[in-house]
Design a protein around this ligand. Sequence first.
Ligand SMILES: Nc1ncnc2c1ncn2[C@@H]1O[C@H](COP(=O)(O)OP(=O)(O)OP(=O)(O)O)[C@@H](O)[C@H]1O
Length: 561
Amino acid sequence: MSIKKTYLNIKSVIPSNKRRKIKHFIYKSILFAFLDLISISLLIPVIILLFNPEKIKELSFKYFSFDLNISTLQVQVFLGSLILFYLVKIILQTKFNTSLYVFFYYLSTEITIESTNNFVFQSYTKHQHLNKGKIIQDINTIPEDFSCKFLLSFVNLITETIVLFLILVVLLIAYFKLTLIAVLVLFLLAVLMYLNKKKQLNLINSIYKESQAKSNSELLNILNGYLEIRNSGNYPIFLERFKKEKKILNEVTGRLISFNSNYSKYLEFALIISLVLFTIINFGNKDTIILLTIFGTSSLRLIPSISKILSALTLIKTYRYSLDILLSHEQNNVINNLKINYESQFKLENISFDYDGNSILENINLTIDKGSFIGIKGDSGIGKTTLLYIILGIIKPKKGNCFIDKTRIENYDFLPFANYVPQQPFLFNGTIIENIVLGQNPNEIDYNYIYYLCKKLELHVIIGKMDNEYETEIALESSRLSGGQKQRLALVRALYTRPSLLILDEATNQQDKHLEKVIFDFLSEINQKDNTTILSVSHDDDNDIFYKNIYKIENRNLTLL
Ligand SMILES: Nc1ncnc2c1ncn2[C@@H]1O[C@H](COP(=O)(O)OP(=O)(O)OP(=O)(O)O)[C@@H](O)[C@H]1O
């Protein structure tokens, strides 16, 4: 891929409001590089002064044509200023460094948020096909790898190359032949090092691309399938699979870290070679002390610079995959919030739907009048949930139209006046109250209504017996609540929003007969008292007496019974 294309690709995945800041960091890094150069050049007279004070006089006369008479006081003032200069430089540089790293980690948070949005707002059918391990990698790992490793390495590469270039230009002007030899030795060694590692870096890049998602998936299998795996006695097999992926990942990470620390060893070697060559070429020259001082102090900055360039190249090559993955993400930023109320009728007209050509529903017509209580029945796998998802806007019909109070609606992502209880409701990590109010501002929580709903659904006493009552933490996949209790809590959650349209997908299938009747009595009550429209899906006949209309899905059609 060309440099221009790579630049444009990188630009496209950085949020536009952050691009300018990155340029500022590059400019500031270059500025600090100049400060480094000045600080190095200030060291040269100090070292010469240390070894041969007479030399300073000689040089000032030779190059600036004046007789320098250095007093002890002058030396002390100069050394004091030098320390002060270094102190200021170090304070500024450390502050800058901190802001640089904080910024790139902050940028990774921004990209993580963008990736989360893309994931949440993508089409439901695509979402169903995604591998959770890969999603965790894409959201949690990729943005950090991209921002803090790949992109930051680019910034380091640019600034360090400029530093290197500046030092070399100065050295070439002063000592052309010697610098040229040093450059050739260093360059040759650097290229050899890089070529030697190139193949391995490509391998690490591809392992990172695949293995992180795989190890996440294996871990999720263990966590989510904990009961099944333990009871089957097959835990060692799953653990071995997880270990295998984790081992591959950790091994290559170890290699990668060793590359970077090994570079300094190679550079040490290059330095020795250069020193030997200098001595050979410059043997007997009385200015050797100046020469060594200049090259010695330059290498104080030169060696870290080359080392940083090499490790930047390594990281760019290794974490290149993060750019590729971010580029492959679809942008799904907007959720289509339908701003419409439901006054009298919700209507589906000639709706058809298929999953990848496999027809599920054909020419479905359904009118949901405000205040109705509708039952939808049908065998398992016939398309009941699919129909509910079409009504909710979660999936788009392939054919047909939806109307609310005679207004045609299309491409909506959710119905603001509806709430839905799925077959397997999800409980979040958090307290019982948090699970009911889902992020509502604590000052606005209507506790009385929550207590009322929980009493009606026979949860209040159960919650009252818990350690912290409504503030009790119920962890993810909590076993503190039975399946039926979880379902009733999910019903409270949906009812708490006082929806005009309540959609239930076999929402009582884990209740006993008594509780199922309690729930349906209460649903009938709110249907009549609050005019709440209720649409309930089930495949048994137990609650038929509560429905005002019953429909059945059969042979891809919907018929009124
Ligand atoms: N993402 C998908 N891709 C392909 N086929 C799917 C997808 N989701 C569901 N299906 C298929 O569509 C059919 C209808 O599924 P749906 O979940 O709507 O059935 P259901 O009537 O609600 O079943 P149940 O009563 O068992 O919950 C099923 O045969 C199912 O296998």
